[in-house]
Structures are given as structure tokens and as C-alpha cells.
Design a protein around this ligand. Sequence first.
Ligand code: ZN
Length: 149
Amino acid sequence: MPLSHFVCPSCASINRFPKERAAQAPACGRCKAPLDVSGAPIHMNDEQLQKLIAQSPVPILVDFYADWCGPCRTLSPILAQLSKETSGQLFVIKVDTERDQRVAASLGVQGIPAVFLFKGGKLADKAVGLRPLPFWQQWVYPHLAPSPA
Ligand SMILES: [Zn+2]
């Protein structure tokens, strides 16, 4: 049975369950907050992100952005669309580099938007700057393994 994975927007813990249950308005197993199964990107701070990278069974796309950055604002709905398409199979995480700079600095981020892909706790790929949706689809889809039965 294919499994879907969702990060709780409230406590940042990972929830996993059979795909069919996503239709039944599931709640977080840990804090009972309603899970967003629409596949909207989740905002995180440095600490939550580090924990997620270490624990996640699915790939993680991290968008390092800032509110003052025009290309970041243009990229935002593009990545939101990608997030929707890959809901349950990929975590799309947003980190506001005005508030959280530690992880971005450790990755050597110098310009934003900077997008990083993590898989199995390791950096898999990175891409800097504004690019169209087809680029991101081609970039990320090969990393999405079919869920184990
Ligand atoms: Zn929760």
C-alpha cells in the first residue's frame, strides 16, 4: 500500500499513513493538529529543518528565501505548485533567511532564492535563482522513489 508523508505544520513531526487516509482529514499523531494534506509548503526554523533532514524518509526540497527578494516572491507559487503535485512524496520546506541563517550559512548560501534537495539525510542537489516549473519537475522527479508496498 503506498504511504503518504506529511509534516505537521504545528509541531513539525513527520506523519505517515496509507494514501487513502489523506482524504479523511487526518490529524497529527503527536500534537493532534489538523494536517495539511493539500501539499502546501511548510515553514520551518533552523532547528526544525535540521531535525527533519536527519529523520525524513522522503526527499526534502528547501527554499531559502526572504520577503524583500523579488525573484523569491516569483518563485514561491512555482514551488507551491510543485509541492502540491508531489504531496505526500516530497517535503517542500521554506526557510526565511532573515530569521534563520544558520543552516543557510552552513550550506554556503550566498544568493537567494537558493533551493536545496536533501535525500537520506544528505545533500542531493542544489539550484540557485529563479527557474520555471518544468525545470523543478525535471530536477526533483527522478529523486522521488515509488513508495514501498
Ligand atoms: Zn503535530
